[in-house]
Design a protein around this ligand. Structure first.
Ligand SMILES: *[C@@H]1O[C@H](CO)[C@@H](O)[C@H](O)[C@H]1NC(C)=O
Ligand SMILES: *[C@@H]1O[C@H](CO)[C@@H](O)[C@H](O)[C@H]1NC(C)=O
Length: 437
């Protein structure tokens, strides 16, 4: 499905979603038939499945890695803007290759992790050593964080040549935070932690790039269905979708912007945010400008403002004034043939779907464009990514009012529903986001 578009290339591709489905089908077969093996073979890229999970209050996107010695499969929730990996070490963590990160070690400095002054009263075990550095294990779904020992262990994942998952490869000292079990609250059953894909040095993209000497790049496609897997590539393309369509040369790019502050609004020196930001300059609905306060859309000195992308939020959240302007323009463009009906939480604008037709890019509703670095590059949201079916005859615009600027540090948070079934490539080295046109 098209996403980033240019003016002269606006035709949606009819066949692309079909290729995706075929790809996912073959992917799962190959994935389960691969056997774990560790060699010195150097992969060009890695590939992991992404599974949409609706068993909790949130929608979460899960992946699976193998970790420890002997290797065990570990299910993790993916957090696109998360800074690193944390795993529950308190329950059932058995491994002969776990290494604590002691204060002053290279691991602690790479992780920018402070030294823990506390003592571990028991015998040493993963998550409980003296004189280690610590990081916060953040559960972004329930807004909880807790300190945990930094450590490293073997991680084994399938490599790929772009077509199918291939042999497993191992990163022998993959850094993560060893967290207590209670912090997994709100994650689906059997999920042991959160995998941060953010731009920090110990984020998954940077650690895999360092371990296998490939570019700091990853690509993700979230599936809209719980029955077919999405996909997460680390490293460079080719990304080949059946039948033999190589897509990494067809991407359109927009700059990824650096937010200087991890804790926006606090005026002390901090690390840059691990989250990904893009430069939305204006919003158009059916090609007509929506009046919004564009100064909100810039990232300021304190790290406030701007547009970020999140897999933790199931739907796009907008600051109240922007949200209202978007709803107003959308209702006007939709016209009288789709009457507004009572809102269904968390959405504010719902419509009778009786007269809304279907197209190959979802319900036939006005397009919503997030205009990027210039008028010719925009993120176009079609009905498939804008409308949520809440009942047989009601469709809601899948955007949520996030409150005013005191409640929202970033006035636009692009949520997972708006990303689904689109291939997004995050190129950290060149600081740009690519998508298919
Ligand atoms: C940490 O140090 C304390 C005090 O020396 C000791 O009693 C305890 O056993 C040590 N714990 C570990 C995990 O080494
Ligand atoms: C636009 O937003 C900025 C930043 O919050 C604010 O200072 C300014 O007053 C707003 N302008 C209008 C016209 O509301």
């Amino acid at each position: 499905m098209p996403l980033l578009s240019t003016r002269n290339n606006k035709m949606p591709s009819l066949t692309f979603p079909v290729h995706f489905l075929l790809f996912f089908f073959f992917f799962s077969i190959f994935f389960y038939h691969s056997t774990a093996q560790t060699t010195s073979f150097r992969p060009k890229a890695l590939v992991l499945p992404i599974i949409k999970d609706t068993s909790t209050n949130n929608i979460q996107y899960l992946t699976k890695i193998n970790q420890r010695t002997p290797l065990v499969p570990i299910k993790l929730t993916v957090d696109l803007g998360g800074d690193s990996l944390w795993v529950d070490c308190e329950t059932g963590y058995v491994s002969s290759s776990y290494k604590p990160a002691f204060c002053g070690s290279a691991t602690c400095s790479l992780a920018k992790a402070p030294c823990n002054s506390g003592m571990c009263p028991s015998d040493p075990k993963p998550g409980c050593y003296n004189n280690t550095c610590i990081l916060s294990a953040d559960n972004t779904f329930v807004y909880l964080g807790t300190p945990g020992d930094v450590g490293s262990d073997v991680v084994s994942v399938p490599s790929t040549d772009g077509t199918n998952p291939g042999r497993y490869v191992s990163a022998p000292k993959f850094i993560f935070t060893c967290a207590p079990s209670f912090i997994t609250v709100g994650l689906p059953n059997h999920v042991k932690g959160i995998a941060g894909l953010g731009r920090a040095k110990i984020g998954l993209p940077s650690q895999f790039a360092a371990a296998f000497s490939f570019k700091r790049k990853f690509a993700v496609c979230l599936s809209s269905s719980t029955r077919s897997n999405g996909v997460l590539f680390f490293g460079d393309g080719p990304y080949i979708f059946l039948p033999n369509k190589e897509v990494s040369n067809s991407l359109i790019y927009t700059p990824l912007l650096l937010n200087p502050k991890t804790l926006p609004g606090i005026d002390i020196k901090q690390e840059p945010s691990p989250k990904y930001f893009i430069g939305v300059k204006s919003i158009k609905i059916n090609d007509k400008a929506v009046p919004v306060n564009t100064s909100l859309l810039r990232i300021d000195r304190l790290g406030l403002g701007g547009t970020t992308i999140s897999t933790v939020h199931p739907y796009t959240i907008m600051e109240t004034s922007i949200y209202s302007a978007v709803i107003h323009a959308f209702v006007k463009e939709l016209g009288g043939h789709a009457p507004r009906v009572s809102a269904v939480a968390p959405f504010g604008a719902c419509f009778s779907s009786k007269n809304i037709g279907g197209t190959r890019v979802g319900p036939a509703v006005p397009t919503i464009d997030l205009v990027l670095q210039n008028q010719n590059v925009f993120w176009r949201i079609f009905g498939a990514n804008s409308m949520v079916r809440v009942s047989d005859d009601v469709l809601c615009l899948g955007f949520v009012d996030g409150g005013d600027t005191s409640a929202m540090k970033h006035p636009i948070v692009l949520g997972a529903y708006q990303l689904e079934d689109n291939l997004l490539q995050f190129d950290l080295a060149s600081s740009r986001l690519g998508s298919l046109c």
